[in-house]
Ligand binder design. Structure first.
Ligand code: ZN
Length: 420
């Protein structure tokens, strides 16, 4: 075991800190084509200096209404072309526009310092460290840095879908999480399906014809209460009732004006005939998805029969989960060992809730995924966002160790090769 600081020469570390400072000074909020360009150019220059082939492509974004830059950087693509690439993904955009970064003890406070310019600086630092050791990154390395991750953008999704189809592995430079003295990488990410429930009941005057009415409000409420009970903690699926709008159809179908009814006495004498509920279901195990949707659909049928209303349950596209026991389980454990050998503790996060790059893969359980490789910090997406420099140091060494093990060391003729 050794001290992490001994594994990374101080000048290389300071260079990475300096680069991160520069990257966070560039203002590149999602949608700011000029700033995103500047980020892409700056990063491309750094990667070229380290022997990668970098290009910036303008890719059309219907959401942004104009093309946005996507950065592609490759190792030595002439070799090892029989398999798909080792795909590394990151993003150039931030939520906020930049304010000047500053050092504060062990922290670099800056816009996107944590999410995720820190991850990009980690990669550049790892390439420096490999070169210093006379080692090479895997020749089939392909870094793709997208401009619209923070808005869940179409380019982020398209790029991961496209390159993830053939990639032999996916490594994600998003930050890990602090865990006491330890830090995490992410092995499991939840998948998600959005759903919609519509209930059509029968309206009636509640004074004169109460028993002729079929309340859509109570039918939808009954479904919602039961549906929520399918949620389980400890890695189980969860059902969130995001909203429930119900009342008589003139209210529900004309909310833009009918909201004025709220707080008045009007139409309280109507047994309500219309309800719409919308929400999502999240799940960690791939098999939970079909099972849960079957329950929710059957529940809709049962409620319809019981309440004598017409209940329709529909779902959107399935965003698949990353199974923590997927093909990357051994690689995650290896990362933990590599960190331990450098004197710090890395833990495996098996159940992260947010949707991120790996969820956009055509099949996240086909290939090994190392997620959360970037340094940890705090204040993500706030004005006090900061990254831990100690973590940056650790993560540079970890990423270099992982890349060195994944590749086969330096090969003849490669720019990283040192010595004879
Ligand atoms: Zn991010």
């Amino acid at each position: 075991m050794e001290d992490a600081s001994a594994a990374l020469p101080e000048p290389l570390f300071q260079r990475a800190v300096g680069l991160l400072r520069e990257l966070t000074a560039i203002s590149s909020p999602s949608g700011d084509a000029g700033g995103l360009h500047q980020m892409a150019e700056r990063l491309a220059g750094e990667l070229r200096e380290r022997g990668l082939t970098a290009e910036i492509r303008e890719e059309p974004s219907t959401e942004a209404g104009r093309p946005l830059p996507v950065l592609y950087a490759r190792g030595n693509p002439g070799t090892g072309a029989s398999r798909g690439p080792l795909l590394l993904v990151g993003h150039l955009d931030t939520v906020l526009a930049a304010t000047p970064p500053r050092l504060d003890g062990d922290r670099l406070v800056g816009t996107g310092a944590l999410d995720m310019k820190g991850g990009l600086a980690t990669l550049v630092g790892a390439l420096d460290l490999l070169r210093h050791r006379g080692q090479a990154p895997p020749p089939d390395l392909l870094l793709v840095a997208v401009p619209d991750e923070e808005v869940g953008g179409e380019l982020s999704r398209a790029v991961v879908r496209r390159w993830g189809e053939t990639a032999r592995a996916l490594w994600v430079l998003e930050p890990g999480e602090p865990a006491g003295e330890a830090e995490t990488i992410v092995a499991g990410r939840r998948g998600m399906v959005q759903w919609r429930l519509e209930v059509q009941g029968t309206a009636a005057h509640s004074g004169l014809h109460y028993w002729e009415g079929r309340s859509a409000v109570t039918a939808a409420a009954r479904w919602a209460l039961e549906a929520e009970r399918y949620s389980h903690d400890q890695g189980g699926p969860t059902v969130n009732i995001g909203r429930l709008v119900a009342g008589d159809s003139s209210f529900v179908d004309h909310l833009d004006t009918a909201h004025a009814l709220l707080g008045t006495e009007r139409q309280l004498n109507v047994v309500p005939d219309r309800a719409v509920a919308e929400g999502e279901m999240r799940f960690l195990r791939p098999e939970d998805c079909g099972r849960m949707l079957k329950y929710l659909r059957e529940l809709a049928e049962d409620v319809g029969i019981f309440s004598r209303t017409t209940v329709t349950f529909t779902t959107g596209p399935e965003i698949p989960p990353v199974n923590p026991e997927g093909p990357h389980a051994a690689l995650c454990r290896r990362a933990v060992e590599l960190a331990a050998a450098r004197g710090w503790r890395l833990e495996i996060e098996t159940d992260r809730g947010g949707i991120s790059f790996p969820n956009f893969l055509p099949d996240p359980n086909r290939l090994p995924i190392l997620d959360g490789l970037g340094p940890v910090g705090s204040g993500m997406h706030t004005r006090d966002e900061s990254v831990s420099l100690e973590s940056l140091r650790r993560r540079i060494v970890l990423l270099a160790d992982l890349l060195a093990e994944d590749g086969c060391g330096a090969e003849p003729g490669h720019p990283y090769r040192s010595g004879p």
